[in-house]
Ligand binder design. Structure first.
Ligand SMILES: Nc1ncnc2c1ncn2[C@@H]1O[C@H](COP(=O)(O)OP(=O)(O)OP(=O)(O)O)[C@@H](O)[C@H]1O
Length: 332
């Protein structure tokens, strides 16, 4: 049997695991994986395990019990991964990668940021994992950018060196928010009364949608607060005008920001919108101002018009990206 590696996608709630075949990639060859390369994919509830080693051993002894024990692993996790010590933000799990590797008896164990995995998933996705928004065509071999609203706003990019992806992990979601009209200047002014600085994440995330709604209601004379799901529900069923205005503004601001990402990274391979929020209202998003605002870059409009934008709707992009990174690391 071919050698299998262990991959994981560990979020605040779910810890997803799978095994994946370790491939030999010829120099210059592009890796192509499919969901069939994710063997025994399983989501465990992280809260049920005292530590990460227990969760991994439970996966290996349970869903993966019929396969040989892996010796190599790449795990994506929703927190910084540049130190040996990893402490999850929304979790009790805290561990040293070097100690975990010894405990598990693995030859290699690498942790990557969850957006690193999402970026590396993009070249592996087929058409049904992506929904194209507007015009533009990808230029093969040019950088791609992956960003989008969830609990926060992550941003990563891939550049390519002879088919070999080079990942840029960034904190671009925390760059300053740039308003484009009087209403957005009003939203910024409102948020500056609450925060010392206002990053894109303050508007483009679940919390961001709530902030936009709160700001617009305050500007209309009476500050009100609703949760992100409540705002999008009332916007979509047309029952609340202010919720409609907030969701429309959210999509428009996401468009301007995504256009800035395209300009900054020269992402002629495309800008890919991830996160759990936009796929919940894809038809609305298609007819929103997102794409017009993406292209609204004055003298640089011609640059961004050619760049395609997509929403990622694939179910397992984190695992697929971890499998891609595992294969690239073991081949080079
Ligand atoms: N119907 C909805 N409309 C708008 N926002 C929503 C909706 N449902 C959930 N959210 C918001 O989505 C955010 C969660 O995003 P997402 O589902 O992408 O999780 P995540 O960031 O991937 O976290 P994890 O990795 O733990 O799953 C929360 O801020 C939540 O308020």
């Amino acid at each position: 049997m071919e050698q299998l590696g262990l991959i994981a996608d560990i979020g605040g709630t779910n810890a997803r695991f799978a095994l994946t075949p370790i491939r030999t990639i010829a120099p210059g060859e592009a890796l192509k994986l499919t969901e069939a390369d994710l063997i025994a994919p399983t989501a465990l509830n992280g809260a049920e395990y005292a530590n990460i080693a227990d969760a991994i051993e439970a996966y290996l002894a349970g869903p993966a019990a019929d396969y040989p024990r892996p010796e190599h692993s790449v795990m994506a996790i929703a927190c910084p991964t540049d130190q040996d010590q990893i402490t999850m933000t929304n979790h009790t799990w805290s561990f040293k990668v070097s100690e975990l590797k010894a405990t598990l008896g693995f030859k290699t164990l690498t942790f990557i940021n969850d957006y690193n995995a999402l970026a590396n998933a993009i070249p592996q996705l087929d058409d049904d994992g992506l929904i194209k928004i507007g015009r533009g065509e990808p230029v093969v071999g040019m950088p791609i950018a992956v960003t989008g609203p969830g609990t926060g706003l992550g941003l990563a990019a891939l550049a390519f060196n002879d088919n070999e992806p080079v990942t840029l992990e960034t904190e671009g979601g925390h760059a300053h928010f740039a308003p484009t009209d009087e209403t957005e200047i009003g939203i910024l002014q409102y948020l500056l009364t609450k925060h010392d600085r206002v990053s894109n994440e303050r508007l483009i995330s679940g919390m961001g949608l709530e902030n936009i709604y709160r700001a617009l209601s305050s500007m209309a004379g009476e500050e009100k607060a609703l949760s992100a799901p409540e705002i999008s529900k009332a916007a979509l069923d047309g029952s609340d005008e202010l919720c409609g205005a907030a969701l429309a503004r959210f999509c428009a601001i996401l468009g301007s920001y995504a256009g800035d990402v395209a300009l900054t990274l020269g992402a002629k391979g495309g800008v890919f919108i991830t996160g759990g929020i936009v796929p919940r209202f894809i038809e609305y998003f298609k007819s929103s101002e997102f794409r017009a605002r993406f292209e609204d870059k004055a003298r640089l409009a011609g640059f961004v018009q050619l760049i395609p934008t997509y929403v990622v709707v694939s179910q397992q992009p984190g695992l697929l990206g971890s499998a891609a990174v595992l294969n690239h690391r073991l081949n080079h």
